[in-house]
Write a protein that binds this ligand. Structure first.
Ligand code: NCD
Ligand code: ZN
Length: 346
């Protein structure tokens, strides 16, 4: 039996939703994670400081008795966002980042940004006060192939933006390509990148070969194997530019197993055992703590957690629930497709 102890991890990119879904999925994250950056793509989106405060209160109200969890709130950037409201929400400590969704890029992104020129006043304010911009880094041009949208975003949107505003602190959310990993590595102290659990495990074949697997469909969509391997090298490198953002994105099964299925993998339940498996496979168990518990707080200028989490490797494969049953409906838990011997000891 192998046992490792880490500082308690945080999730730097998480979808908790609202109402019945929030109530169902929140314990899955709070069981293992101390804090999470909470995505603001609700309907309607969390745009203002007041909306973020109300959403934080709903999250805390949904937390079961006896569980500790700190939601780190974000604002959804729109072309109507008021820089003064953003600055006030950051100054109060409520808001830790602003999220850029290119309009049309993903779930509930229609209120997002059509042209960065229209939000330059907000971005300049953020650069001035050091508030990070979390980017969904995909272009939405219908001419650009879905598998190329991240690399094109880096060249045509992200890099020009960072040249124009070098002081702006940016997180490349859920990178999926070797281009994304390489760009993040060279960006210096003002650039970080989150990597999901599932993008370390699946490539596009998992989605498409032998029948379509809707529970492996997420955005950005998983790419070819060489990209998955580049993400594995990045995550396990110990480089402080990379940290865990699960992008755990619950949708009820009825909307995943659908003629127009929703994007999102639900990994909150089993992320830590899966990461232990991945890091062990790559001979990097000693770097799991940097990826899951240290690099993220360092980028966000927050202290690492002092509490710990123990992972134990058992002889026998461990079982995870196939689904969790929320009052909104069942949500399928990400299935890595291989036996996992690691377990979080509680
Ligand atoms: C996310 C969701 O469902 O909100 N889906 C996903 O596939 N990751 C949105 C997102 O982060 O792109
Ligand atoms: Zn997401």
């Amino acid at each position: 039996m192998t046992r490792i102890t880490l500082r308690r991890p945080d999730d730097w990119h998480l979808h908790l939703r609202d109402g019945a879904m929030l109530k169902g999925v929140l314990p899955e994250t709070a069981r293992h994670f101390a804090r999470a950056i909470i995505m603001p793509n609700l309907v309607p989106p969390v745009v203002t400081g007041d909306q973020a405060a109300a959403y934080r209160d709903r999250i805390l109200a949904a937390l079961p008795e006896g569980m500790a969890f700190e939601p780190l709130m974000t604002l959804y950037l729109t072309e109507g966002t008021d820089p003064a409201d953003v600055a006030a929400a950051a100054a109060s400590g409520l808001v830790k980042a602003v999220k850029l969704y290119p309009a049309g890029a993903t779930t509930n992104s229609h209120s997002g940004v059509r042209d960065l020129k229209n939000v330059m006043n907000v971005l300049e304010k953020m650069a001035e006060i050091g508030l990070p911009l979390c980017t969904h880094g995909e272009v939405t041009d219908p001419q650009v192939d879905i598998f190329d949208r991240e690399a094109v975003f880096i060249d045509t949107v992200l890099d020009p933006l960072r040249r124009r505003l070098p002081e702006l602190r940016v997180v490349m959310e859920h990178i999926t390509t070797e281009e994304g990993a390489a760009y993040a590595a060279e960006g210096g102290a003002n650039l970080g990148a989150t990597i999901t659990t599932h993008h370390l495990i699946i490539n596009r074949n998992h989605i498409l070969v032998g029948g379509i697997k809707p529970h492996y469909y997420c955005l950005p969509v998983a790419k070819r194997e060489k990209h998955r391997l580049a993400l594995r090298r990045a995550a396990t490198s110990g480089n402080p530019a990379y940290f865990l953002g699960t992008d755990s994105a619950p949708h009820v099964d009825a909307l995943k197993e659908h003629a127009c299925g929703c994007a999102g993998c639900f990994t909150a339940t089993n992320t830590m055992p899966l990461l232990a498996h991945v890091f062990e496979e790559d001979g990097a168990l000693d770097r799991l703590e940097a990826f899951a518990s240290l690099n993220g707080p360092a980028f966000y200028r927050l202290p690492a957690n002092s509490a710990t989490l123990q992972l134990v490797k058992h002889e026998a494969p461990q079982t995870f629930p196939e689904k969790i049953f929320t009052e909104a409906g069942p949500v399928t838990v990400f299935n890595p497709g291989f036996p996992v011997h690691w377990h979080v000891e509680t």
